[in-house]
Design a protein around this ligand. Sequence first.
Ligand code: FES
Ligand code: FES
Length: 173
Amino acid sequence: MVTITVNGVRHETRASADTPLIYILRNEIKLSGPQFGCGLSQCGACSVLLNGREIRSCSTPLSLVGDAEVTTLEGLPARWAKQKGLASADAENTLHPIQQAWIEEQTPLCGFCQSGMMIKATELLEHTPQPSVAQIKEAFTTSGPSAHLCRCGSYTAIIEAVQRAATVMTKMG
Ligand code: FES
Ligand code: FES
């Protein structure tokens, strides 16, 4: 039995140590944020945070998770609420500013890639609160194992959503 922590909750699994994390997240914990795209670390649809750093859950075996905290798209509101010290009642009605910005910019088209995009945006803005356009492009193209791919071509809207989220998050200190 292996225990991992996902979105602040401990989860026990009987899966073997070489099982890709995405199977635990989707099939056992029933989280639908991380998507199975390429399965080869080449698209970013499956991205989650591991102690705040983006990883590709399709190619990260359970054995590499250990005691680290996994955060999926579903965990972003609680992550933000915790960072801002919001009361639990407020936290339940809160979206992460990145999710809110994605809505306001109407960023998703088919939506398949967007969980991974918001995870990457979270990693970026937690480390670089006011990124330039060049830094945003760098984050989504060369900072990880591969570029984050959107077959619908939402790249411009993603840049605008990141900029909107950065403005809101900076104002909220
Ligand atoms: S499904 Fe994991 S990177 Fe494509
Ligand atoms: S919105 Fe369709 S793949 Fe990105």
